[in-house]
Design a protein around this ligand. Structure first.
Ligand SMILES: [Zn+2]
Length: 307
């Protein structure tokens, strides 16, 4: 069997909440169940959205929960040279181009499709292969993509997307010089030899774009498993926007036990009094994501703290 390397890649936009903890736990258990390596990568690509101290806070929370990672933590903010090299290679091969369209121009090109908020890029600058004298973004051309591009997700099944008609040439470097998530994730998954990606279902629809990038760059495509989203009692995804509470670190064992329970691993009640490490060891042995197959959302348990 191929060596298993998994990863958890949070963005330091705030502390971990129960939804992000669940993703960390599931990717950790999947790796450990398969005697794999589990890496942590900080997806700090977008400084305006980040909160000072959040990265350290996430790492100390993972540590408190016994989610000890292998190797060094990688920070995407320190990988810009590598992303730039990947972009240059795509530009050289004519697979990417400089786009100088303004927001207004793009809006004018939008076909009158009312429900669609961002229509596919019309291809205006596709022939622009030299750096222009005004601000530009860099887009990847999807004209060579098979239609549709499909992936076989281990939990959500076959997922296909027509990049040509539904997505269009997409941005890999923004006008404000920030690198796009797809580009950085694909570059780092390759560089870190990631074989398995276990992450939230909100990223499922970006996976065909990443798969296409992997094909263009000659990279392997990891196995993907997209976890159901955790929702609050109003059916909203737990997130900073829905005021999801930060998970506490005073009763990690109880919260971890609830995470295993939410993942439908049916932990015995007595396990909640054990150490985080013991709970995770039990979880790694019991791990089976079968109950999550074709599940797209799960309810967050009520997390109460005993005082
Ligand atoms: Zn353009």
């Amino acid at each position: 069997m191929q060596n298993y390397t998994g990863r958890f890649a949070p963005s330091p936009t705030g502390p971990l909440h129960f939804g992000s903890l669940l993703t960390a736990v599931a990717s950790y258990l999947d790796a450990k169940h398969n005697n794999g390596t589990w890496l942590v990568r900080m997806d700090d690509l977008d400084p305006p959205r980040e909160i000072q101290g959040a990265a350290d806070n996430i790492l100390s929370t993972l540590d408190a929960y016994g989610l000890h990672w292998d190797g060094e933590v990688i920070y995407q903010s320190q990988r810009h040279d590598q992303y730039e090299a990947v972009i240059q290679s795509l530009l050289t091969k004519g697979q990417a181009f400089y786009c100088t369209c303004s927001r207004k121009q793009l809006a004018e090109h939008a076909p009158a499709r009312e429900q669609q908020i961002s229509p596919p890029y019309p291809g205006t600058c596709r022939k622009q292969h030299a750096p222009p004298n005004k601000p530009f973004s860099i887009r990847l051309t999807v004209k060579g993509a098979s239609h549709p591009v499909c992936i076989n997700d281990q939990l959500q099944g076959r997922f296909c997307q027509n990049l040509i008609t539904d997505v269009g040439d997409f941005i890999i470097k923004r006008k404000d010089l920030l690198y796009a998530y797809h580009l950085a994730a694909v570059a780092d998954d390759h560089w870190q030899n990631i074989s398995h990606v276990v992450r939230g279902i909100d990223l499922l629809d970006s996976t065909p774009r990443q798969h296409y990038l992997q094909q263009l760059l000659g990279y392997n495509t990891p196995h993907y498993a997209h976890l159901p989203v955790v929702v609050n009692d109003q059916g909203q995804k737990l997130s900073k926007q829905t005021f999801a509470k930060a998970i506490e670190t005073t009763q990690c064992n109880r919260t971890l036990w609830m995470a295993l329970s939410t993942l439908d691993l049916k932990p015995p009640a007595s396990l909640q009094y054990e150490s985080p490490e013991a709970i995770l060891n039990w979880g790694a042995a019991a791990w089976s994501p079968k109950a999550l197959i074709n599940v797209t959302r799960i309810n967050s348990p009520q997390i109460t703290i005993n005082v």
